[in-house]
Design a binder for this molecule. Structure first.
Ligand code: FAD
Length: 153
């Protein structure tokens, strides 16, 4: 099986889009991720999968904390920016919750301590224990077959 076929098959799974953030000594790092899922209700756990080449991996290993901001349809540019697809550096005004930075105007901010991490091939699965949550109403940004979209209800 070649890589393209694997990617195409995974691309058939429509997802939302998140930006993961963490901080070391007040220095914030963010990256876009759609490999996110809810894991457990008791305790409250979520998971993200991070490429071993991403700077985020070392940052989370150091901080032991991260947050997941679920993007609204109005935040496609934030997704592109934190995926490195918009090159010019921006000054992002993060909000701080429980000592962890989150992206403003997201549909949900999920603040976590690292509960466990598992190396899985060329990615690391981080399981986060949710210590705080913020929610607002809105329409999510969607990602499907490598393109952005929105949910029509
Ligand atoms: P960098 O590439 O260094 O940073 C990303 C960008 O954010 C850079 O432009 C950087 O300047 C900027 N930035 C970071 N922190 C700040 C800050 N504090 N202030 C201002 N700017 C800042 N990869 C995965 O591993 N897992 C996934 O689930 C995943 N899903 C993706 C889903 C989508 C829709 C897309 C488009 C990409 C996805 N990626 C995923 C790829 C991932 O987003 C990129 O490879 C990303 O560049 C890796 O981030 P990095 O930690 O190496 O940081």
């Amino acid at each position: 099986m070649d890589d393209r076929m694997f990617r195409n098959a995974m691309g058939q799974f429509a997802t939302g889009v998140t930006v993961i953030t963490t901080a070391i000594d007040d220095e914030v790092h963010g990256m876009t991720a759609n490999a996110f899922m809810s894991v457990s209700l008791s305790p409250k756990l979520i998971s993200v999968s991070i490429d071993d080449r991403a700077q985020m991996k070392e940052k989370i290993n150091q901080s032991g904390k991260f947050s997941v901001s679920i993007l609204s349809e109005k935040q496609q540019e934030m997704s592109m920016y934190f995926a490195g697809q918009i090159k010019e550096k921006r000054d992002i005004d993060f909000k701080w919750v429980n000592g962890i930075p989150v992206l403003k105007d997201s549909l949900a901010n999920i603040i976590c301590n690292v509960y466990a991490s598992h190396q899985a091939g060329d990615h690391t699965l981080y399981i986060g224990e949710v210590i705080d949550l913020q929610l607002v109403e809105g329409t999510p940004l969607a990602f499907y077959k490598g393109k952005y979209g929105k949910i029509v209800s």
